[in-house]
Design a protein around this ligand. Structure first.
Ligand code: BGP
Length: 490
């Protein structure tokens, strides 16, 4: 068999993109609740005060909060044995610094995990998937403030103790490297809860791409997040030694656009700064040798790397497995005038050999094989997991309600074939969760129309739709894949 026995097959969602019920049962506001929708040509905007007349897609999302039983039953029907989901921090600590956790929020996730267990599905929980409580942004300045490390540890201790017999697999921060992608302050807000003071106070919508960024603060906050992550890895193992706690990055694979050695070097630099820096800190427990040089080049004083107490914490809190999202690859060049294309919270160089989605994300299954083999070499023996991979597309519902999403099947088939080859080469890949197995709100554009699911949800960008669920052609296809442990791909 090419995929190992017990391989984890499933899908991944984030609370803020599927749950809705944004203030129900005591939940506090979190970062995504402040974001309006956009589309491929219109950037998403941030509106600091919730405007009663504006449409905030996360407020209702796909109403997973009230549909989770039906949704998990559909996941089980596909033959899943894992479901990646996040806990929304603001359901547990509505303001981030409350003395006591919110029991109704804790009870909700109890029910969700019980439902998973009922169907023999292992929950894989992202502790923070861009869901920093809004009050932590406004009152503390996000992870730029070291007090937030303690607030995060307290939140983790609460959920670790509560769910220690229900959840084994945990990921600390979703795409912790998103702030390294380098497009203004979007990554700072999503990943670190860090915003410029003036932007916070604004009373008009601000394009996410226009949010101000201060690199010194970004990398200080990222360092604090590394420390927070390492602390909870250690704490989690104390609470339950069987916990498997991983990190998670957005892996955007880079190729030199030309054989010009300067392009090759620029590409190495890109891979190091955007992909490897965060992984190295969390996997090896220390900053890579080149980190200080790179940060200084960005104008950042990397004094925090020399903090001995933090260095000890990072060493003691290395992860049990490394996970990442993989959607696409980009080309890097030092040459003027190269064409660019869209991407996951970033833009990149266009690759003349690849096709792209309607959002400009370049489709590159071979890049996944290359990435898996490179990571297996970089971190020998460490289990790897692809926890996001998927194809955002406009779907057409036929008159009889069917949806023939062959483009999505083709995308997945290519990527699963690549994983198979990597497994055959000896890469210790332990699982695969596709992104958005059920249609949900796009993080980048806030759209419903950018659909990823095997399951269609009747909900639209104008706020219409009855939230009903239906199976697309890809649903039946992925069911065969999961049930055959990746052997049947046609
Ligand atoms: C990743 C995020 C997800 C998800 C995905 C697809 O960056 O972890 O939350 O949204 O990308 O991106 P988008 O929703 O912008 O299409």
């Amino acid at each position: 068999m090419s995929f190992p026995k017990g391989f984890l097959w499933g899908g991944a969602v984030a609370a803020n993109q599927c749950e809705g019920a944004y203030l129900e049962d005591g939940k506090g506001l979190s970062v995504p609740d402040m974001l309006l929708g956009g589309d491929v040509n219109t950037p998403r905007t941030f509106l600091p005060v919730t405007d009663p007349n504006a449409f905030y897609p996360s407020h209702e999302a796909i109403d997973f909060y009230h549909h989770y039983k039906e949704d998990i039953a559909l996941f089980a029907e596909m033959g899943w044995n894992v479901f990646r989901l996040s806990i929304n921090w603001g359901r547990i600590y509505p303001n981030g610094d409350d003395a006591e956790p919110n029991e109704a929020g804790l009870a909700f996730y109890d029910s969700v995990f019980d439902e998973c267990r009922k169907h023999n599905i292992e929950p894989l929980v992202t502790i923070c998937h861009y869901e920093i409580p809004w009050a932590i942004v406004t009152n503390y300045g996000g992870f730029a403030n070291r007090k937030v490390i303690d607030l995060f540890v307290k939140y983790c201790e609460t959920i670790f103790r509560r769910y220690k017999n229900k959840v084994k697999y945990w990921l600390t921060f979703n795409e912790i490297n998103i702030c390294c992608m380098g497009e203004g302050g979007i990554g700072d807000l999503y990943g670190l809860g860090v915003m410029d003071e003036e932007d916070i106070k604004a009373t008009h919508p601000i394009k996410l791409s226009d949010l101000k960024n201060n690199k010194q603060r970004t990398f200080e906050a990222l360092h604090n997040e590394f420390v927070a992550s390492a602390k909870v890895v250690k704490l989690g193992h104390e609470i339950n030694p069987d916990f498997m706690i991983g990190n998670m990055i957005a892996h955007v694979t880079a190729y030199p656009l030309t054989p010009d050695p300067k392009d090759v070097l620029a590409c190495d630099h890109e891979e190091n700064l955007k992909n490897n820096l965060c992984c190295d800190v969390q996997v090896r427990g220390c900053y890579p040798i080149w980190a200080k040089k790179y940060l200084k080049e960005l104008g950042v004083d990397p004094y925090f790397i020399d903090n001995e107490e933090d260095a000890k914490i990072l060493k003691e809190g290395t992860v049990d497995f490394h996970t990442f999202s993989y959607y696409m690859s980009n080309c890097i060049t030092t040459h003027e005038g190269a064409e660019t294309t869209g991407g996951n919270m970033t833009h990149g160089g266009k690759n003349p050999y690849l096709k792209a989605s309607d959002w400009g994300w370049q489709i590159d299954p071979d890049g996944l094989e290359h990435t898996l083999e490179t990571l297996a070499d970089r971190y020998p023996g460490l289990p790897l997991m692809v926890v996001e991979n998927g194809f955002g597309a406009f779907d057409k519902v036929e008159e009889d309600g069917s949806i023939h999403d062959t483009y999505r099947i083709d995308y997945f088939k290519g990527h699963i074939q690549s994983m198979k080859k990597a497994c055959e080469a000896g890469v210790p890949l332990i699982g695969y969760t596709t992104w958005g197995p059920i249609d949900l709100v796009s993080a980048g554009t806030g759209q419903y129309a950018k659909r990823y699911g095997f399951i269609y949800v009747d909900r639209h960008d104008d706020g219409t739709g009855d939230f009903s669920r239906s199976r697309k052609d890809s649903f039946y296809w992925y069911k065969k894949v999961c049930e055959s442990n990746g052997e049947i791909l046609d």
